[in-house]
Design a protein around this ligand. Structure first.
Ligand code: ADP
Ligand code: MG
Length: 404
């Protein structure tokens, strides 16, 4: 990996030696803050090792690193330094006495193995409970309603008195926070992922970084998505896996709004962690007990869905896929639209037993306008009733599936 250090000079000298001994490349030792952003790009830096104090670490440099997908590791000389980095939301902080193995533990993906062995992410004092269910909401490009269904299902489950976490893992166009009128300046999901890197993810920390959607019908937790899509490297596969695992000890249901693309970017074979743009979606799908696969109920939407469904079954066992056709209306598919849709899916995709959610423009428009769920603004909406039936099935664990 290529490193840039921006540290107090004696510390910098020690760290550079440490890195070089470990076979890493120190591409630049920065002495002043000015022009640092450009150096990071020019020198094709992978990791910035920076002092955690305010004379080194500030929001601009963190943002620049986020934009360029550069990892940041801060070294702290005491409580004031730690406070500065915590305030900025950077949890990858080590003591200034840090050695390479400690840095490596944060930067290199041996975390994956440890997570798989269930080692590093167990809650500190988790109340004993049965494992929560994980449901990903996925669908092809063209906005079939992944976010809408994710939010609505979360609201319906919460209304049943279940504890629910809604995660926005769409690294292309995350929209849960704006749709629910929540703050998304400090993305909760990215913060949770950082905590994994710092090995300090716990239920208490999840509570801290989550926003709450408040409702008299039932509140639920939200780990908001990336306001700026450039930050996608933060949602790496290993970290997402650890966050989802921790969520299953936190809530009865974890609902994940995913991106549409299933492409796995080329893995570059090397010993360093290679983040992938769609890692968050792919990991969510792999980690789910059930995938709600959303298609739009018009001819174009159905054609897109059928093509994408064939890709999905390469990744997810069809027994775990429930097809939900959303925005179904007579205007575009003819009389008795639900039957038309079902016939099309069976004939061209061998897909049986899909669920149908009708089109309800005014219901979802007023929900979005007021930053509320459809359950809260239009409980009698036919779309809401259909979604609540799906949530009923999910809560009873009696979903009947038969996908092609
Ligand atoms: N059943 C429905 N009836 C009418 N409009 C819908 C329905 N479901 C979703 N929409 C609208 O479609 C648009 C896209 O939905 P969204 O959930 O953001 O899609 P995605 O997350 O798949 O990109 C939004 O304006 C939403 O209000
Ligand atoms: Mg969306």
């Amino acid at each position: 990996m290529r490193f840039l250090t921006f540290l107090e000079p004696t510390l910098s000298a020690r760290i550079c030696k440490e890195l070089e001994r470990a076979g890493q490349i120190v591409a630049k030792v920065a002495k002043r803050r000015k022009g640092l952003e450009l150096e990071l790009i020019d020198k094709r830096i992978d990791v910035l090792v920076i002092g955690a104090g305010s004379e080194y670490l500030d929001l601009q440099i963190l943002n620049a690193c986020d934009l360029a997908g550069i990892r940041v590791l801060a070294l702290s000389n005491g409580p004031a330094d730690r406070r500065n980095s915590m305030t900025l939301g950077l949890n990858e902080v080590l003591d200034s006495s840090a050695t390479w193995p400690q840095m490596e533990a944060i930067l290199l993906p041996n975390l994956v193995q440890r997570v798989e062995q269930g080692e590093s992410v167990e809650p500190v004092a988790a109340p004993p409970r049965t494992r929560g269910q994980v449901i990903s909401v996925w669908g092809p490009a063209g906005s079939p309603g992944r976010t809408t269904i994710s939010i609505s299902i979360a609201a319906e489950l919460a209304a049943k008195g279940l504890s629910v976490a809604l995660l926005d893992a769409d690294t292309h166009s995350g929209a849960v926070a704006p749709t629910l009128g929540l703050l998304d300046e400090a993305p909760g999901l990215a913060a949770a992922c950082r905590l994994v890197g710092n090995e300090s993810l716990s239920i208490a920390e999840l509570e801290r970084v989550a926003e709450t959607y408040h409702s008299v019908n039932g509140s639920f937790k939200v780990l908001t998505g990336l306001g700026r899509p450039h930050r996608w490297p933060e949602l790496s596969a290993a970290r997402m896996k650890a966050v989802i695992k921790q969520c299953t000890t936190w809530c009865d249901f974890t609902i994940i709004d995913t991106g549409s693309s299933l492409e796995a970017d080329e893995e570059i074979s090397s010993d360093i962690s290679v983040p992938r743009r769609n890692a968050a979606t792919l990991t969510s799908l792999e980690s789910s007990d059930l995938v709600l696969a959303i298609g739009a109920g018009d001819p174009v939407g159905l054609a897109r869905y059928l093509r994408a469904h064939a890709e999905l079954v390469e990744l997810v066992d069809p027994i775990k896929i429930l097809c939900v056709v959303n925005k179904v209306r007579a205007g575009v598919v003819g009389a008795n639209p639900a039957a038309q849709v079902e016939r099309t899916l069976l004939r061209f995709g061998g897909i049986n037993l899909s669920r149908i959610v009708p089109f309800d423009l005014s219901g979802f428009d007023s929900a979005t306008l007021s930053g509320k769920t459809i359950l809260d603004v239009s409980p009698r909406s036919a779309a809401r009733v259909a979604i609540s039936k799906i949530a009923d099935e999910l809560s009873h664990g009696v979903v009947t599936l038969q996908a092609g």
